[in-house]
Design a protein around this ligand. Structure first.
Ligand code: VGL
Ligand code: ZN
Length: 198
């Protein structure tokens, strides 16, 4: 079967970056790495997807309603916007997730595109069989997105130089990468793409 690739960028939003309400240390730095991947994938003619956390102001996901997190990525706020350093092409497919007040979800595969299609359905409609995943945060949304992608039958490659984690407990991100590998994810860095191109 023909392999068709896509780039899936997970939750590179202001609230997950320094200055935001749930900042990942150096979260903004993934934008620079992802911009290089964006141009590599664009040149190859591959589709680009970007997920966004998109919560109502009250949701079971937030501490005040019994969840785990301080408010973040509230719909329509500055914190919910993609980080300004991330150069998303105009035809990026935006996947919105966590929009329901009873939704305590992490995976991009629980999100929907502008037409209401789930991520798996949208990818399949474009014939995508393999996804390359980067973004925030390694130990939450990236991990859940990768594991769901494998469960949905996609080949998955984690871009380890384009992810950063929350690390509430030290080592969470490293353990998350191990878990993704155990589930069948491959890993790569930009260097693999440069050598593949020459
Ligand atoms: C995320 C915590 C809460 C993430 C989202 O994008 O990894 N983490 N909501
Ligand atoms: Zn969230």
């Amino acid at each position: 079967m023909k392999t068709v690739s896509a780039l899936v960028i997970v939750d590179v939003q202001n609230d997950f970056c320094p200055g935001g309400s749930l900042p990942v240390t150096d979260g903004g730095e993934v934008a620079a790495a992802l911009n290089v991947y964006i141009s590599v994938f664009k040149k190859a003619g591959h589709a680009i997807y970007a997920t966004r956390d998109w919560h109502p102001s009250k949701t079971v996901h937030f501490r005040e309603q019994g969840g785990k997190w301080p408010p973040h990525c509230v719909q329509g706020t500055h914190g919910a916007k993609f980080h300004p350093a991330l150069k998303l092409p105009h035809d990026t497919v935006i996947i919105t997730k966590g929009a329901g007040k009873d939704e305590d979800s992490y995976s991009g595969f629980q999100g929907k595109d502008a037409g209401g299609r789930g991520l798996a359905e949208a990818l399949r409609a474009q014939g995508v069989t393999r996804i390359f995943v980067g973004g925030l945060a390694t130990d939450y949304c990236v991990k859940e997105t990768v594991i769901d992608a494998i469960r949905e039958g996609f080949e998955v490659c984690l871009l380890t130089d384009a992810v950063k984690g929350v690390d509430i407990s030290p080592g969470d991100s490293i353990r998350a990468i191990e878990t993704m590998r155990e589930n069948g994810a491959l890993t790569a860095t930009l260097r693999d793409f440069k050598t593949a191109q020459t």
